[in-house]
Ligand binder design. Structure first.
Ligand code: F3S
Length: 640
């Protein structure tokens, strides 16, 4: 039996483990990327390891999220990131150069390589045949140190494409169709591998739109074969030498096969507030639109923006609709400019934004209150746009531009003849000179790291004591999210590289006294209900409590990623042997736990002083216990 593409790349990078779905495997990582919002902490973690130079083939630090400089914090963070990159051998992409995934695709992604990035849309690079995965900042820091990346061996689903996209249908409509079929959980634990005759007609930017939104399906990664389209793209990007052919064996097997006939795909939209609430756009005919935003790492390529520009050329956007355009990179912007399309966009009434994430994370461009916003982005969660009651619909660039013209959604049947599908021109201008390449190692030794007041080096966490004497700091119900633990918002995220400062916000929306209590206690225990820590993967929701002295979280059950983060930062995740014991714990109680017994028993007593003992359980592997005993993964990786 032959191998599919995913298994080929995994086999080539396998450090340990068996390639049986669900079993733990460790992979050698060729490339890493970070963006600024998660990158500052990733590099603080990297620096805490005490190494001199990254050990990957390539590591790139992009600045695309918090590009607005309205106070010193973001500016300081950018300077910090630039100096870290120069000091440790990392390529630096300055703010304004573009969005990390678009830039990586254009300049660095290579077929058959492994890439992890501290951003969930890192799988975009699967458009050229990389096995690209989103990961936590600590995992990225460890990969830069040459450590393998550990994941459960994924299943592999084949998305078998036949036929050709018809007029007005685009790559966004394909992935929205897949989301409608599989739902936002449909890709969990799997790599989505695209194959079949329909693949041939899709360009790399189209493929990248599809692999980008594999993240919305919960997939580990999405990957396309590396073929003539890939060769063509890499050649136009000025790097034909990076091409390598890559495909599945003809008799490869898959865990599941999903058939899609591209001829049947029509323009689609995802309704508020989930990317899988998908309907054909004709069903929304007549819906008034207050705002249209074209850009993001999903749809900001030259071909995407040219599609929009060709619709808008020589016409004006509706006076009732705000139109924003955020090109994915300066290369895209230069191409549009050269072809007179920038002028066409500006003359249509569009507002041109910086080449960055911008409105995708509510960094400007928020819709009016209760407004309808049509966006070519990948996420439409409630409040993400910066306007809590906005109604955000996700569409492709053609549908977005059509709606901008008339101020409402219209049936594609009325759009007239579709323009010819844009393709990249032969002589694409390079922007490689805008990246700041690191100096050679001897010179790099002398680079000073710029730490403004917002950059606070990570403390060294203590190892696990033989006996934990702690105080119950908070008792929570079910489904506590990482947002409850640490709220988002500009005021908080500006402190992401300052652990002491950001920790002051831990649980502050739930219990104003939590931090004061934690600071007074010798050590802390958090008591939770079912599914503790669900939501985003933000590491600070574990790092903050750790900074405040929390050594145990005792819950009825845990969300998977948060539990992994707790372990990585040296906090013991324990569950009640009898969930009813949750009711016996109250704030202020003192407890004791003998940690020596953890190695030999999965069920141990937790002593409530001035009360009875209760039984608690763990399911930690030998390796996880080792990490917690060391005080966290970072301590294990530190060079002593
Ligand atoms: Fe940026 Fe939005 Fe992508 S925040 S990296 S454009 S999902």
């Amino acid at each position: 039996m032959g191998r599919n593409l995913t298994r080929k790349i995994i086999r080539d990078h396998l450090v340990s483990g068996e390639m049986i779905p669900g079993r733990e495997i460790s992979l050698r990582i060729d490339q890493t990327l970070t963006q600024d919002a998660t990158g500052t902490m990733a590099y603080l973690q990297w620096m805490a390891m005490g190494l001199d130079r990254v050990r990957t083939e390539l590591s790139v630090s992009y600045v695309d999220h918090n590009t607005l400089q309205m106070g010193f914090q973001n500016a300081d963070d950018h300077r910090f990131l630039r100096s870290v990159a120069a000091r440790y051998g990392i390529v630096f992409s300055p703010p304004g150069t573009g969005i990390c995934h678009q830039l990586h695709l254009e300049n660095f992604a290579r077929p058959g390589k492994t890439l992890i990035g501290s951003d969930s849309h890192t799988p975009t690079a699967g458009g050229v045949g990389s096995l690209a995965m989103g990961a936590g900042g600590l995992s990225v820091a460890l990969a830069m140190a040459g450590e393998p990346y550990t994941i459960p061996m994924p299943k592999v689903f084949q998305i078998h494409l036949t036929g050709r996209l018809q007029a007005w249908a685009g790559a966004k409509d394909i992935i929205l169709h897949v989301l409608g079929l599989l739902s936002v959980k449909g890709g969990v634990g799997a790599v989505l591998e695209y194959a079949g005759p329909g693949v041939d007609g899709l360009t790399v930017p189209e493929r990248a739109t599809i692999t980008n939104m594999g993240a919305e399906l919960g997939a580990t990664a999405s990957v396309f074969p590396s073929d003539e389209q890939t060769r063509e793209f890499l050649t136009r990007m000025g790097r034909p030498e990076d091409f390598a052919p890559l495909s599945a064996d003809p008799d490869a097997s898959y865990d599941q096969v999903i058939e899609i006939d591209l001829d049947s795909i029509e323009p689609m939209a995802a309704r508020p507030h989930m990317p899988d609430l998908v309907v054909p756009i004709r069903e929304l005919d007549g819906l008034a639109v207050d705002q249209v935003a074209i850009g993001s790492c999903t749809n900001s390529s030259y071909t995407d923006l040219k599609t929009a520009a060709l619709v808008l050329r020589n016409r004006q956007a509706s006076r009732n609709t705000d139109l924003f355009i955020a090109p994915g990179s300066k290369q895209v912007l230069k191409l549009l400019n050269r072809e007179g399309l920038l002028e066409a966009l500006l003359d249509s009434g569009a507002r041109l934004l910086e080449c960055s994430c911008g409105p995708c994370i509510g960094m400007g461009g928020s819709p009016t209150s209760a407004g309808v916003s049509l966006r070519t982005f990948n996420r439409n969660f409630e409040g993400r746009s910066g306007t809590q009651d906005a109604q955000v619909y996700l569409v492709g660039p053609a549908a977005a531009a059509q709606a901008a013209l008339v101020g409402r959604i219209t049936d594609p049947k009325t759009w007239g003849a579709a323009p010819e599908k844009p393709t990249l021109p032969q002589d694409v201008p390079s922007i490689r000179h805008l990246f700041i390449m690191p100096p050679p190692q001897e010179q790099a030794q002398g680079v000073e790291i710029c730490c403004g007041p917002n950059i606070v080096p990570l403390e060294e966490f203590s190892t696990l004591p033989r006996k934990i004497e702690a105080q119950v700091l908070i008792v929570l119900g079910d489904n506590v999210t990482t947002d409850h633990i640490l709220p988002g918002g500009a005021a908080v995220t500006a402190l992401r590289s300052n652990l002491p400062a950001i920790s002051k916000f831990i649980f502050n929306r739930v219990d104003q006294e939590f931090v004061v209590r934690a600071e007074k206690a010798p050590a802390g225990i958090i008591v939770g209900g079912e599914n503790y820590g669900q939501g985003s993967s933000r590491e600070h929701a574990a790092l903050g409590p750790r900074h405040l002295g929390v050594r145990i979280v005792l819950a009825k059950s845990f969300a998977r990623i948060h539990k992994a983060n707790l372990i990585n930062f040296g906090i013991l995740p324990l569950v009640f042997a009898n969930p009813d014991d949750h009711a016996r714990l109250t704030v202020g109680q003192a407890i004791e736990l003998d940690t020596v017994e953890l190695a030999s028993r999965t069920e141990i007593p937790l002593q409530i002083l001035e009360g009875a003992e209760i039984l608690v359980r763990h399911d930690l592997t030998v390796k996880e216990l080792e990490i917690i005993n060391a005080g966290g993964l970072l301590n294990m990786a530190r060079v002593r």
